[in-house]
Design a protein. Sequence first.
Length: 272
Amino acid sequence: MRPQFVTFGDSITQRGFSPGWTGTLADTYQRRADIINRGYSGYNTRWALHLLPHIFPLPPTNAAAAAAAPPPPRLVTVWFGANDAALPDRASARQHVPLPEYRANLDAIVAHLRACGVPAIVLITPPPVSEPDRIVHVKKTYGVDLKDPERTNEVAGLYTEAVQGLAADLGLPCLNLWTAFQAVPRWQQDLLCDGLHLTPAGQQEAYRLLQQLINDTWPDLTVSALPMDAPYHSWIDPEQPGAAFDKHFGKKDETCGESPAPSSEGACQASQ
């Protein structure tokens, strides 16, 4: 069974398949891990807490049921904060979550994931904010003339510090995109499409930095460390195809023999 990597977050995660950082991650890990995108546009950590048990159910307490339950994801990325950091007195006030609550919510999310048995968790900071571009975006999208942006880069930096502090306290890696993006020349134009969400170049930069973090933190989760799912087609002997599967999976191929000739019934028959 392939391991699962789950990307959990807001619209920046939701857009990660169109095309984006989660899509590139899935392409990189093809036939080695299943990348499951669980991004929810507009969500903050307060709303994510209500969603959490529906995406990551706790393991059964009954021993037999627990043994039969599927394994937890091998890796989960948690990327919230762009909406939590919306200012409480401006256009996106309904999404605002105060800084202390934001940190507490992230702490609760991590605690739940650990209770589910997730061994590898990455906390990702909010991206930086290009304030002039946010004003233009809100006017173009909602027809609202703003004197001041509904998000600021300074406040996004405070939420970034909260993520970094929590990650340090919990012994988790933190992907600081707020700082990393601003180190790129012309980051406002090249990495952000509306002052907040990622351009194709921004998506690829997010992927590159995440992949680097995974490689540096968990050598067993690198592409080369994870086995290919099922044998390469060139390993399969047309005369005895089951042998390649026996060797790959380390057990007798659980089929009805070595490619039996088609019968009038058209399928393998169970023993009576």
